[in-house]
Each structure stands twice: as C-alpha cells, then as structure tokens.
Design a protein around this ligand. Structure first.
Ligand code: NDP
Length: 434
C-alpha cells in the first residue's frame, strides 16, 4: 500500500490472490526464493499518455490514456481497453493483474495486460468517438503488435471502437496486421463467436458448478446485472438452457420483468439504438423500472450473474441474495463482488464462481481469433463454440482440482488463483530474473 498509495482496487485484487497463495508458498519455497510475488505485483510496464481530440463544437478536449503490460512470461500481453470516466491507474492495474492469472487459466499462450481511458463515450457523436479513438491509437500503436501486446474491447469499447482503432493502427504502420487487436469485425479478421464468448462462457462455467451438485439452469430464476456485451449473451445462453431471467440493468437503473426479460428488446435498445434500459417498460408495460442499480440484488433468484462492473455486490447485497435463497453466483464482470461479499457467499455455502475463471471465455476466444489470424483461416461458429465449452470445462476442472489439492475443497477463488499462478510463476523461474 505504501508503494501504490490510493490504489484501492489494485490492493483489493492483489490481496484476494496473494491470500489464497499462502499454502502454495508453504509447499513450494522456490516461489519465495525467486521473488515471484514481488515481481508479479509490479507491472513490467505502465504507460500513461495524453489523448487530445477535438469535439463537434471545435473545442480541444484532453483525456488520459493507459496501457499496463503486466506480465509476459507465457505470451504477448493481452487484455481489453476500457473507456469509462472512472478509469485511473488503480483500475487499470487491478484489471491487468487479474488478467495475468485469467489468461494463464485458459491454457492458451497469452500474458496479462489492460488499458483504457477516462473518456466518457456516453452522449458522444460517432465522429467524436472516431476522433478520440484515433488519437488514442496514435500513441498506443507505439507499444503494441501481434507478438508484443494485443488489446481487445471492454466497458465502452465494442466492435465500432475496435474497428476505428484497427484502421488507425493500419494507417500508422502501413501493414495489415490482423493479430494486433481482437474483437474485430468479421469482414477484416474477426472471429465468429467472439461477441458471445464472455457471456456464453460465464453460463457454461456456472452450468458446470451446478451440474456438479446435480442441478442446472433449467427452470431457474436468474438476475443478470448490466445490459452490455457480457450481460446480453449471458442472458441469451441462460435462456437457451431453460432459465427465466427476470432482471437486468444499466448504470442508471434496473428492470424487473416477472414474465422473463425479452432479450430481443434489450438487444435492439442497447446494441442498435443506444438507448437506456428504462425504455424497456414502454414496450413491456407489465414490467417495472427502478432507478439506481444496487437494489437489483434484492430480487429473489436462484442464480445471480453480476455482469456490469467492479464492486457492484457489497456485503449488504450479498446478504440479501443469501436470505432470498441464492444457489449460485457467477462473476461475469471483473471483481464485481467485494472481499466481504465473497466471504458471505462462502460462509453460506453458495456456489461461487470468481471472475478470472468465469469470464475467461472472452479472452480465450480472443486467443482463438489470434490463432485464426496467424493461419489466415476462419473457423465456423460451431467450431469456436465447441472449443469455448471445452476451455470453460477445463478451467472449472483445474480450479476444482487446485482447490482440493491445497485443502480448500469447493473454494473456486482459491482454486482459480492457484491454478492460474503456477504456470506463470514456473515460466518466470525458467526465464530467470530479467
Ligand atoms: P459494456 O460496456 O458492453 O457494458 C457494461 C454494462 O455495465 C452496461 O450495461 C453499463 O451501463 C453497465 N455499467 C458500466 N459501468 C457501470 C457502473 N459503474 N455501475 C453500474 N453499471 C455499470 O461492457 P462489457 O459487457 O464488455 O463488460 C462488463 C464487465 O465484464 C466489465 O467488468 C468487464 O471488465 C468484464 N469483462 C468483459 C469482457 C468482454 O469480453 N467484453 C471479458 C471479460 C470481462 P451503461 O450502459 O449505463 O454504462
């Protein structure tokens, strides 16, 4: 904390991981001898840069851009770009730190990175988004490349922004290097199944947790927070598996639809028209809209999928979920539960799937996009989806086994942290102190 003052989110992420590594270090003192924890907690590189751009009124605006290149022991840095006014060094570092373990868990050769800007895309015109994104890439392009660092999308960065970034990178470099970014459009190197991957993967993982105790999504009541990329495809897959999703949200409020959320409406409002989730009730007057987000967790449900943002479930929300009989919580977003909320879930024997395992499907399919780009081939949706299901099963199995091996059976926080850690740590030792 002394070394990184005021970086609360980063401290929270490091504490969660390092607390669970205690038994690993006791059994393997080589990790202490090689200074692995100290080296893992310090990014290999943190880049902060100016992003000047001109708005539609001709006024010059200045935002701050970041890229953290956390760890490259097992592959090129890989992680999304977030555009949101809350972005700062602490948030980018927590996300990059988590990404290192998540990417290792996928079993694919990708290191950990993350980036973003405090730019707020809300209310900006398409031209403003393009000018900002091009300025952002003008600087970022100096630090990335298909074998160096491969960014993707995250909050506020979808196919449109990736397209503008790719175009700018291509113009600066004068090369068509498809593998420099993932989440690209299908006409220029994107992978089928990438849009759906994080949401679908989240549900595949939770289905594994449920099946282990003889349950499934079928006929279960589900609450999903958010209505962005992860949420929409988590809702879609949960519904395909027979669940009833009764609520979703955006940063202004949430809708409750007892009959089950009509996903076609949500997709049109959010993916096509860029409207607020409050508009849902004008088309479905039997549903209710409530301003504010946190009360979404007071809705009784069997399965909770927080898919919006960090720290959206605190101790109070966790207790509400437990008192309403929640069976399973799967973190589609990054670090959506506070450390106290996770304790509440564990104390009450709720099946709890931590973000770095549950939402790893997105980056896994990004790595599959990189593989297709290298081969100059495109796989079918079914091929990608089958690989995604396999990867999510493997992540679940390796997390369960690591938890069991280190005397924390059923604790997937411990299991995922340990399983992700060992591969990175062993690669760092093999490569020496560099
Ligand atoms: P989107 O921008 O597509 O959607 C984010 C959703 O969450 C929106 O509904 C947004 O509402 C809401 N939201 C954002 N910030 C807040 C906030 N501070 N309070 C309440 N609601 C908020 O992002 P994604 O779906 O891509 O990402 C969601 C989460 O999933 C993030 O934690 C991200 O890091 C994580 N993730 C995403 C992956 C991906 O492949 N996209 C991969 C792995 C993790 P509004 O529209 O009002 O802003």
């Amino acid at each position: 904390k002394k070394r990184n003052p005021n970086e609360n989110e980063f401290h929270q992420a490091v504490k969660e991981v390092f607390d669970s590594l205690v038994p690993v270090l006791a059994k393997n003192p080589k990790y202490i001898r090689h200074g692995i924890l100290e080296r893992m907690a310090e990014p290999e590189r943190l880049i902060s840069f100016q992003v000047p751009w001109i708005d539609d009124h001709g006024t010059i605006q200045v935002n701050r851009g970041f890229r953290v290149q956390f760890n490259s022991a097992i592959g090129p840095y890989k992680g999304g770009i977030r555009f949101h006014p809350s972005v700062n060094a602490s948030i980018i570092k927590f996300l990059g730190f988590e990404q290192m373990f998540k990417n290792s868990l996928t079993g694919l050769p990708i290191g950990g990175g993350k980036g973003g800007s405090d730019f707020d895309p809300k209310g900006k015109s398409d031209q403003e988004i393009m000018r900002f994104t091009q300025s952002f890439m003008s600087e970022l392009s100096k630090y990335i490349g298909p074998d160096v660092d491969v960014p993707a999308g995250d909050i506020g960065v979808g196919a449109r922004e990736i397209g503008y970034m790719f175009g700018q990178y291509k113009k600066i470099r004068g090369h068509f290097e498809a593998g420099v970014l993932t989440g690209k459009g299908l006409t220029y190197g994107g992978s089928l199944g990438r849009t759906e991957a994080t949401g679908y993967g989240t549900v595949y993982f939770v289905e594994e947790m449920l099946q282990d105790i003889g349950l499934s999504f079928a006929d279960r009541t589900v609450v999903v927070s958010g209505s962005g990329n992860v949420s929409i495809y988590a809702i879609e897959k949960a519904q395909q598996l027979g669940a009833k999703v009764v609520a979703c949200s955006d940063s202004s409020g949430y809708v409750f639809d007892e009959q089950g959320i009509d996903l076609a409406t949500v997709k049109r409002l959010k993916e096509v028209e860029g409207k607020r989730i409050s508009e849902y009730v004008t088309e479905h007057p039997h549903a209710q809209y409530y301003p504010g987000c946190s009360n979404i967790w007071s809705i009784p449900c069997d399965i909770a999928l927080p898919c919006a943002t960090q720290n959206e479930i605190d101790e109070i929300a966790a207790n509400l979920l437990v008192s309403n009989g929640v069976l399973a919580v799967g973190e589609g977003a990054n670090m959506p539960s506070t450390l106290q909320a996770i304790d509440v879930f564990h104390e009450n024997k709720v099946l709890f799937g931590p973000a770095k395992a549950v939402n790893a499907g997105g980056v896994a399919v990004s790595a599959l996009e990189m593989a297709q780009n290298s081969m100059r081939l495109s796989w079918s949706f079914e091929e990608v989806d089958t690989k995604l299901q396999e990867i999510m099963k493997n992540i679940y199995r390796s997390s369960v086994e690591a938890a069991r091996e280190f005397n924390a059976p059923g604790n997937l926080v411990v299991g995922a942290n340990i399983a992700g850690f060992k591969k990175v740590a062993d690669a760092m030792i093999s490569q020496g102190v560099i």
